[in-house]
Design a protein around this ligand. Structure first.
Ligand code: APR
Length: 315
């Protein structure tokens, strides 16, 4: 199996560092390349002392991005800037969009066959940006581009288990749609063995959609979710690596290109295989409330994808 070379782009950040640490602890990884514009030699030196097989190498600065990505099977991208006081959402969009575009261009050039796992927000737009850059370069493979929505899934599992008093390790909630606010669609009607009061249903849905705000508030505005996002990113990467090695029936929710809805990219459960996405699962039956939420989310998803595509086309 060749699926053992992983790069983390934005490896020195609040998400990037714990994510890199979790990946270092995965014995199936042989090479772990840490790229960032700052601090990666230090992060790599530090992690390299942990006795696991992955050889950790730090790459710092734009001149080294090609060396960092070349030959990698999986490229995980938590690069970006978090929102700072005085910054509008548009400011944040433009900065992160530019960062993601640069990373996509480098990826197309030196790692055209890799799987790309996008964490940089806003995922609803950054994934379409990545796709558009790859399309322009002629290397786009929709089976290998993923927006990581695993944080929505793990939050849903945690909150639902808490509400139902069930074993969190055996609670599996399907979360579809997008990766921001009301575009996040937890399918609570499909949770096996669960029953919710109408109030609990509304409250849980809202908590899953806006769980990130709880963390921002608790951190006094100094940052957003990093540790739980790092774990989520690791979990999805680990599942993908298992599938790339040939393990069967690996299923995970992810934001991928598909035709389930009118939105070009839509998170759904997907079966992963040696070549990335093997099958996108149908949504199954939705409750009236879920259908209504989906209908409301689609225009937002379409607009956010369009914004990403236009960012690349107008560049
Ligand atoms: N190339 C690579 N890395 C970059 C670049 C770039 N062009 N620009 C910034 N970075 C790095 C920063 O140097 C930093 O180490 O990305 C990292 C981001 O880390 P933090 O600022 O701590 O932000 P974090 O909380 O980790 O969030 C990163 O993920 O969930 C999203 O909304 C979040 O978009 C944000 C991203």
């Amino acid at each position: 199996a060749t699926a053992a070379r992983v790069a983390v782009v934005g490896a020195s950040g609040g998400i990037g560092q714990p994510l890199s640490m979790l990946l270092k602890l995965d014995p199936s990884i042989k090479e772990l390349n840490l790229y960032d514009i700052v601090h990666t030699p230090g992060v790599a030196a530090d992690l390299s002392h942990i006795p696991f097989p992955a050889k950790v190498t730090g790459y710092k600065g734009a001149d080294s991005i090609h060396a960092a990505l070349e030959g990698c099977d999986v490229i995980v991208v938590p690069a970006g800037v978090p929102r700072k006081p005085g910054m509008t959402r548009d400011d944040l969009f433009n900065i992160n969009a530019g960062i993601v575009k640069t990373i996509a261009e480098a990826s197309a050039k030196v790692a055209p066959k890799a799987c790309y796992l996008i964490i940089s927000n806003p995922v609803n737009s950054t994934v379409p940006i990545f796709a558009e850059v790859l399309k322009k370069a002629g290397t786009y493979n929709p089976k290998k581009l993923f927006g990581v929505t695993t944080l929505d899934v793990i939050r849903a599992n945690t909150f639902v288990a808490e509400n139902q008093g069930t074993d969190v390790l055996k609670t599996n909630v399907t979360v579809v749609g997008g990766h921001a606010g009301t575009t996040i669609l937890p399918l609570l009607s499909q949770v096996k063995g669960a029953s919710f009061t109408p109030d609990a249903l509304a409250a849980l849905t809202h908590r899953i959609q806006f769980g990130g705000d709880e963390v921002v508030k608790a951190k006094d505005g100094a940052g957003s979710a990093t540790l739980s996002m790092a774990y989520a990113g690791y979990l999805f990467t680990a599942k993908l690596l298992q599938a790339l090695k040939g393990e069967k029936d690996v299923v995970a929710c992810a934001f991928v290109e598909n035709t389930l809805t009118a939105a070009p990219f839509f998170a759904a459960p997907v079966t992963l295989g040696k070549e990335g996405v093997e099958k996108v699962h149908a949504l199954g039956s939705l409750s009236a409330m879920e259908q209504e939420a989906l209908d409301k989310a689609l225009p937002d998803l379409l607009a956010q994808a369009k914004k990403g595509v236009e960012f690349v086309q107008n560049a």
